[in-house]
Design a protein around this ligand. Sequence first.
Ligand code: HEM
Length: 400
Amino acid sequence: MMSTAVMTHRLDLNSAADKALKAAARFWFVVAVIGQFAFAFSVASFYGLTALRGNFQAWNKILANGYEAGATMGNTALAGHILFATVISIAGALQLIPGIRNRFPAFHRWNGRMFVLAAFTQAITGIYLTVSGRRLVGDVTQHVVSVLGAVLIMFCAGMALRYAMARDFTTHRRWALRLFLVASGSWFIRLGFTLTLILFGPIGFDQTTFSGPLLTFWTFAQYLLPLGALELCLRAQDRPGALRRVVTAGVLFVLTLAMGAGIAAVTIGSWVPNVKAAFDTRKSMAQILSATIASSGIDAAAKQYRDLKAAAPATYNFDENELNNLGYQLIRVNKFKEAIRIFQLNIEAYPQSGNVYDSLAEGYMDDGDKALAVANYQKSLELNPKNHNAVLMLEKLKAR
Ligand code: HEM
């Protein structure tokens, strides 16, 4: 028979393991909510403020298939997708806060309906944007998994709703958690991809086509990693064994630290610059030049750039990334010669930037001029010896 001392010891161990698992889950949740709100704020301010100013072209700084004048269906789907990206991030986080759930059940029910509606909207508009893309970034695997991800989101939303209506709240809670995680896939991929890009370098990542092994990995991991971690936690909670719970708590704690690092990386790298751009009232040079290239050609655009810079430097946005982004937009529609001219203009303005030489090199590479591509990647490396992309591209070009 087990002695009282041994039994007490076991009980102590079990309760310590329970506490560790609960603390790790709470820590994960607090970090996730902060990150979701940061994402929602950046999306709402960037797309919202630029839309209020009527500058829908600014969306194309981020999007490959952004706003297109006259494309009513595509623009509506995009606007709906972006609006509900904010809704889903806020509603999802509020839905999981236990204090709100327990004290305001009516709010929980309405917010839950809103979350499910946002999940379906995101999934359907996401599929539409994927299949109707004029020049989709990413490869076939990414597109297929995106569509499967959308189906998974709708499936989890349906299951969460079904068990809520059946008043089986234990099963409902599990499906709601799964829904929260799969609906956050688009958020996870941003964190994971940015963090691993910083840690391991681009690993074959092609900025123009937006593909490569790292992105392929995250395309799957955005759904499988969080779902796997959740199943681990649920099993640890359901089954006996203090050790299982302590190990799970440790794994969750480490994953949360990585998630926090990812949130910090995307916040610094994308969300803060997007919020800054949203509050920047200077006129976008990329937008102005893009219209001039379309109507009067690249020579007129180059002249306009120089004239405006001389006449009103504070009224227009002459930041490095304006022309850099415009150049990449031109590359994506195979206007390589125009892209090269735009990158050259940028070099005139920022002759010490390794990044603009890297972009010019890419323009030459896509235009089939190997010698100038190599020369500009070398110049970029000279200015920025840490430019990992230039090293990879030089290796690739030399192997040709
Ligand atoms: C459910 C949560 C989702 C959220 C919160 C979300 C959020 C966003 C946001 C904020 C954008 C604008 C780009 C940016 O600012 O980074 C975007 C674009 C896009 N999303 Fe989603 N999304 C979700 C689900 C999906 C799904 C399931 C799909 C595919 C089936 C999808 C496909 C797309 C596409 C194709 C674009 C346009 C990309 C481009 O043109 O560059 N999204 N999404």
